[in-house]
Write a protein of this length. Sequence first.
Length: 573
Amino acid sequence: MSILILYGSETGTAQDIAESLRREAQMRHLAARVFELDEYDIGQLPTENVVLFVVSTTGQGEMPPNMRKTWKLLLRKSLGPEFLKNVNTAVLGLGDSSYQKYNFAGKKLYRRLAQMGANMMCGVSLADDQHEIGIDGAFIPWKQRVWEEIQSLGIYESMTEEIDPKVKIQTKYRFVEAGNPDHRKNVVAESDTGYHALKVNSNRRVTSKNHFQDTRLVNFEIPYELQSQMKYSPGDVLMVRPYNPDKTVQVAIEALGYSDEILNKPVRIVKNDPYSKQPPYFLVGVETTLRTCLQRYFDLQQIPKRSFFEMLSYYSNDASEKERLRELASPEGLDDLLDYANRCRRTTAETFRDFPATSKHLEPDYLFEILTVIRPRAFSIASAPSASFVELLVAKVEYKSRMADKRRGLCSTFISRLKEGDEVFCKIRAGTFKFPLPEAPVICIGPGTGVAPFRSLFGQRSRLSPHSSGLLFFGCRGEHEDFYFSDEWNSMSGVEVIAAFSRDSEKKVYVQHKMGERARDIKKMLESGASVFIAGSSGDMPKAVSSVLSQIQGDEWTKKAEETGRIQYETWS
């Protein structure tokens, strides 16, 4: 008998949580299976004893892509109030309270499971990225309650109340020598992921040389043979698979102490767990090396999570380091963990370096349980639909912390360093925005790189419906520093660009101020059926824009417009 853990994930956080639950279940002598929601046969759900759901929220309160098919099935009216009457469930929602529709996916799933008669072992738990300790603030107490509830059911006789430190965790994958014929039968061809290698045509800085921000406009070529598969529309996103920086890889290799022979030996990755997904062979190759996996697969740039210290302590043979790692992984050590890892933005590679006795005795297979994988990043497409190319507008993330070296965003740094001819694995995916027909009036607000989807939109509308009506409120620091596409807007028909420059005068001017100045025009357009689209940082801007709209049209109108999709948001933190 085993419990079932189902996850819906966009960036991989829900999957990480699900895998940590699987490991902890093993250490409690409890078998567990882990699936993406869309990979599980939902018709079997009533036969399960215990099902744990870990679900993130994407976009405007939407279900993540890998559970949307299942969610539609769960909404069928034929699934009556007794469909799950014998199933014990618990739901952990993952979200970010800075977004407009915080944790909507988890809340909706919880309500639907209750409607189908599931026994809810505890109330829905809502984890928040904005919490000082991130999602662990809700996850730790939730899972403790869940383990207690599962044990109280009395159906898993071997389950222990506490974690058994003597249990040997089976890794999801293992490395085997590439030439070993006994293991070739275990390597299963990966299903089509939709990722393709795109070549960089150009990578141009679009901020002035004296501006602190390095923002890039990157043009990727779509080969002729892929053009039918990689069609896109305004509002779509390009998923990009970045690699670790060379310096970070070197820090990790020196800390782990692997020899060149081990790093460069041809190996294959095979599954120990039949329920695990295939590794990304398109990225690392069916035959690969440990060095390639450290470059392309394992996330060495990530700030280590509590689960990282938990697993590192599990594998450690050094008494003093093991004790320190356990402290950092414990609920009582959360403030210490914050100070060590989060507040200074320490990387995983740097953490390996800080625990040399442990790191230098880690078997390569253990990395599959200690490290998370590099997740693809989503960027709004900035180019009007084209068969032959796709463009991204990306601001490089770089800042100082208490660490000696500058902190750098993994994907934005990767993209900023791309050169003409480099190849990057990418795929097209539908975005959050659902734009109306080209002739419909629109009001768009996009400060900074939030303008990217609107360049795509108005570029297309200029071609297809040049007499359409559109307002674009764009905000940046200065007219000559970071006014993106300033040389293009006048050549586009059907759009008026109103720019707000926050540093060009003594008084800071933001997009909401410009909207207030054009309140009469906005009201007229809204009364003629215009939709509103807001893209950019999830800080104060969305709330300030929403406040202006409420002043123009009233709170009730704004609330209803958000519910019906006449006001749409695409924000990030």
